[in-house]
Design a protein around this ligand. Structure first.
Ligand SMILES: Nc1nc(=O)c2c([nH]1)NC[C@@H]1CN(c3ccc(C(=O)N[C@@H](CCC(=O)O)C(=O)O)cc3)CN21
Ligand SMILES: CC(C)C(=O)C(=O)O
Ligand SMILES: [Mg+2]
Length: 273
């Protein structure tokens, strides 16, 4: 069992790249309030995401689209007060990254709320402009490719991405482009295991998978999912309830961290071939 090490130095952005070079897996969980943040931190989780999934698991909407910058800033402030070691990432909500001006204003608000990095979905030309704009202004950026839930209306549902050869090629190119634009980290959501493996091998920045197989540099799950709470939609294949084996909330987080670090999660049953 992984033992919490509260004396460990707080995470920094350069330490993420070092972890990739060292082959140390990064463990990430979403979190939306201070109580859970204290527990996530004590469990030795490396990265905490105030995801716009809060629109679904906290607010009860059926997509992430209704979430605002004010909502995300509020939850970021709550979570930041509970953390002393984990690196805090906050999602830029739907259309907060529609222009460089809006993205800079929203990101400033989120960093001033306590985040150390902002995350944004996609690699369209204007998104690459936003990544460059933020990176040049000393704002760490996490990119997010594959299934991008803010695109749900045009995608027609939450489906695995990059299955066709052409789509796979485009994803691989997008991964190159976001790193080139200055992203520090890359979330890959719902992509076939071999594609995520190939992107990870090529990527100069660490990849964090969710439904992207075991070969990413790290993993992320939605907190409610790994504690077995009903998510409102059909349970995605990549979700595993760690509460049973963990025995307590902190135990579940430690079991998840152990499984990611030892390479036993995700297995084939929790990945897309
Ligand atoms: N609670 C929760 N967990 C999440 O992981 C999550 C959210 N909410 N909200 C935002 C998005 C939506 N997500 C989802 C939702 C459903 C599937 C899903 O059911 N996928 C199918 C894929 C089928 C296919 O294309 O082959 C699956 O069977 O896993 C995947 C990701 C991930 N994110
Ligand atoms: C699922 C993760 C990667 C996310 O973006 C969120 O929780 O909003
Ligand atoms: Mg999100």
């Amino acid at each position: 069992m992984y033992t919490a090490t509260p004396n460990d130095a707080p995470w920094t952005v350069p330490a993420l790249a070092q972890a990739k070079r060292d082959g140390r897996k990064l463990v990430m969980l979403t979190c939306y309030d201070a109580g859970f943040a204290r527990t996530v931190d004590a469990a030795g989780i490396d990265l905490v995401l105030v995801g716009d999934s809060l629109g679904m698991v906290v607010q009860g909407h059926d997509s992430t689209l209704p979430v605002t910058v004010a909502d995300t800033a509020y939850h970021t402030r709550c979570v930041a007060r509970g953390l002393s070691r984990a690196l805090l990432v906050a999602d830029l909500p739907f259309q907060a990254d529609a222009s460089t001006d809006r993205a800079l204003a929203a990101s400033t608000e989120l960093l001033q709320a306590g985040a150390a990095m902002v995350k944004l979905e996609g690699a369209a030309p204007h998104k690459l402009d936003v990544i460059r704009h933020l990176a040049q202004r000393e704002i760490p950026v996490c990119a997010h490719l594959g299934l991008t839930p803010q695109s749900v209306l045009r995608l027609g549902g939450y489906k695995v991405q990059g299955r066709e050869a052409e789509a796979a090629r485009r994803l691989q190119e997008d991964a190159r482009a976001v790193a080139e634009a200055g992203a520090d980290l890359l979330v890959l959501e719902c992509v076939p295991t071999p594609l995520a493996e190939s992107i990870t091998r090529e990527s100069p920045i660490p990849t964090i998978g969710i439904g992207a197989g075991p070969h990413c540099d790290g993993q992320v799950l939605v907190l409610h999912d790994m504690l077995g709470l009903r998510s409102g939609h059909r349970r995605p294949r990549f979700v595993k309830d760690f509460l049973e084996e963990g025995g307590s909330v902190q135990g579940a987080m430690e079991a998840y961290a152990d499984a990611v670090r030892s390479g036993t999660f995700p297995d084939a049953a929790h990945s897309y071939a």
